[in-house]
Ligand binder design. Structure first.
Ligand SMILES: Nc1ncnc2c1ncn2[C@@H]1O[C@H](COP(=O)(O)OP(=O)(O)O)[C@@H](O)[C@H]1O
Ligand SMILES: [Mg+2]
Length: 212
């Protein structure tokens, strides 16, 4: 069973957006997907509620209050982590997954917060023992801006692979409104975004993203 979490102490960086789009990707590719929402705000479960019945069903679990019982036939579990998780909170979260994806926004506040968070997570036992693979993703990027250049420099210098850059686009918002991900939208509208997801998909499908 493939297990992936979106994780960052900072709120609003795209954890739920990336979690739902990953669920959409695997679901659109014939996988049986379970989404575990660990955030009491319940964004991922709200997203599932909006999902049209004719789309492949994605199982949802209110992980912040209910027992986390993954259905046996699940191929991929996507965990959407709550904001604020840091320090000792990370241990039980990291125990659940093979891979944790850390989205970061091009903003000085987010980058500073991320630097602390990364220091924190790199000292977590499971990460130092290589039992969880981490990656960072630049999210909500407007290209050719100075702040994006700073973010790129910052992310490239980390000891964690910097996998891809996702642009700031209404496509994610339009998809989310309908309980879909960009992988389920009209390809002509999301062509550029699909391209930006390719390095992430490739990495997630490679051995580099799972503990050996
Ligand atoms: N790449 C993007 N382009 C446009 N809007 C985005 C993008 N990523 C996230 N958002 C929006 O930013 C807000 C915060 O994203 P969200 O995924 O809820 O973050 P988190 O789960 O980390 O708090 C949401 O309104 C979401 O729709
Ligand atoms: Mg969220």
């Amino acid at each position: 069973m493939r297990t992936i979490m979106t994780l960052n102490q900072k709120g609003g960086c795209g954890k739920s957006t990336i979690a739902s789009n990953l669920a959409s990707y695997y679901s659109a590719n014939g996988k049986s997907v379970t989404v575990v929402d660990l955030d009491p705000q319940g964004c991922s479960l709200e997203w599932l509620k909006a999902r049209p019945p004719e789309r492949p069903a994605i199982h949802g679990i209110r992980g912040w209050k209910d027992e986390i019982k993954i259905p046996k036939d699940t191929d991929v579990v996507i965990y959407d982590a709550p904001a604020g998780a840091h320090g000792k909170d990370l241990t039980p979260l990291l125990k659940r997954v093979q891979t944790a994806l850390i989205p970061v926004l091009p903003s000085p506040i987010d980058m500073r917060a991320c630097a602390h968070f990364i220091q924190d997570i790199l000292t977590a036992g499971r990460v130092s023992r290589d039992e969880v693979k981490l990656a960072v993703i630049a999210n909500r990027v407007r290209e050719h801006t100075l702040i994006y250049q700073s973010l790129e420099t910052f992310l490239t210098a980390l000891d964690i692979p910097f996998i891809t850059t996702l642009r700031d686009t209404q496509n994610y918002i339009r998809a989310a409104e309908r309980g879909l991900g960009i992988f389920e939208m009209a390809p002509s509208a999301v062509e550029f975004d699909l391209e930006q997801w390719q390095p992430l998909i490739k990495w997630l499908n490679s051995k580099r993203s799972t503990p050996q």
